[in-house]
Design a protein around this ligand. Structure first.
Ligand SMILES: *Cc1c(COP(=O)(O)O)cnc(C)c1O
Length: 400
């Protein structure tokens, strides 16, 4: 077992990954956020407000569920789901949005800026801004606005202003640029709420902290239910927030195998995938060093996945570190394997999972039959699949 040093260090490095690759104009805002966060995170009032809302608004703790039908069907290890799909708004993203929303309030700011690609982070942010009575501006590429009309409408219902971005490819990366521009111009009044464990320091650390409740609860719940730690902990990885949140409680438990599952899209060999850790290279994207998808000229290449939430050409720096020190393993499953897992879960357990989460289930379907019945697998069910019904219907050639 490798000895894991305390990280990130003061400059936000996870080994050689992470850091602060940001324009000079952002440095002050990042420093301010970091010192404010460090002062606030153990503040009693802050902690009480957060845990109260997590309990009464988000619905925490979410349960772990013993998937007995799936376990029986696969014939091997016992399978447990951590049910983030039961959280308010249907996924884990609310944990982080709420944490950062409250942090914004503590900073005496009343305006939240976010960007969104698929719209899920935009909806979680707009939700939090609504309950905390904050102004909310969501940047979204014009292409994404067309593709995600339902989520755009949800955000507007929740009171957010959705700003179309028409520069570049009119998608997420252009929206990120606009959000950063807004933040620099309005840093006195505004907080930039990043939705995954990515971006320049201190974001990967902040997002991890707010998502760690997933793993903390799971650890207690597994000990209570099984009397033991799980042998495997498996989660899907887009930017990596639900996975790092689940993994965190187990990183220092050497008996627990950690497996992150990336989107293999049409297959790694086709080049049409989002598997930054499995097949990317080290580079800088959105303010930190990590494994990313880039071509031989260092240009970021387009990611592909059946699930919009995994469709990102980078990954949080802590995952790159866990990969390099071999504490976690990263693998990928294809669109069709994820779709198959989606259908199996609907049929066996009466749960319609998010397509993102279906990637983690697909990995479970591969490994559970090879493990003995005495072993246990804990899998992160990061979200519910209602949002994906149209995509699935199209894939199955069903006209709605
Ligand atoms: C956004 C999303 C993901 C991917 O994001 P991470 O930061 O990697 O967790 C996974 N599952 C669901 C349900 C999502 O909405």
């Amino acid at each position: 077992m490798v000895k894991i040093r305390k990280y990130p260090d003061k400059t936000g490095h996870f080994g050689k990954f992470g850091g602060q690759f940001a324009p000079e104009t952002l440095m002050h805002a990042l420093e301010e956020l970091n010192s404010f966060y460090l002062n606030t995170k153990n503040d009693k009032n802050f902690k009480n407000s957060l845990s109260m809302l997590l309990k009464t608004y988000v619905g925490r703790p979410t349960p772990i569920f013993f998937a007995s039908n799936l376990t029986k069907k696969l014939g091997g290890a016992k399978i447990y789901f951590k049910r983030e799909d039961l959280s308010h708004t249907g996924a884990h993203k609310i944990n982080n949005a709420l944490g950062q929303g409250l942090l914004t309030k503590q900073m005496g700011k009343n305006r939240i800026i976010a960007e969104t690609g698929a719209g899920q982070h935009g909806v979680a942010t707009a939700t939090v801004a609504s309950i905390l009575k904050q102004d909310c501006v969501i940047y979204m590429g014009e292409e994404d606005i067309k593709r995600q009309a339902l989520n755009v409408f949800r955000m507007k219902l929740l009171g957010a202003k959705v700003v179309p971005v028409s520069t570049g490819s009119k998608t997420l990366k252009d929206a990120i640029n606009e959000a950063m521009r807004d933040w620099v111009a309005n840093v006195e009044t505004s907080h930039y709420l990043i939705g995954s464990a990515v971006g320049p320091h201190p974001y990967p650390r902040i997002v991890k902290d707010f998502q760690s409740i997933i793993g903390d609860e799971s650890l207690t719940q597994m000990l209570k239910t099984e009397g033991n730690l799980p042998d495997y902990v498996i989660a899907c990885v887009g930017g990596g927030s639900n996975a790092i949140g689940l993994f965190n409680a187990f990183i220092n438990k050497p008996s627990v195998n950690l497996i992150g599952v990336e989107a293999g899209g049409h297959g790694i060999k086709t080049g049409e995938h989002s598997a930054s850790l499995s097949s990317g290279e080290i580079g800088v994207l959105h303010g930190s060093m990590s494994y990313i998808l880039q071509d031989t000229n260092g240009q970021i290449t387009e990611a592909h996945s059946i699930s919009a939430g995994l469709d990102y050409p980078g990954v949080g720096p802590e995952h790159s570190y866990l990969k390099d020190i071999k504490r976690a393993k990263y693998t990928s499953v294809t669109d069709s394997e994820a779709l198959n897992a989606f259908e199996i879960l609907c049929n066996t357990e009466g749960i319609i999972p998010a397509l993102e989460s279906s990637h983690a289930i697909a990995e479970v379907i591969k490994i559970a039959p090879k493990l003995s019945k005495t072993k246990t697998i804990l899998v992160g069910l990061s979200g519910r699949g209602d949002k994906d019904i149209e995509t699935v219907a199209k894939q199955l050639n069903v006209n709605l």
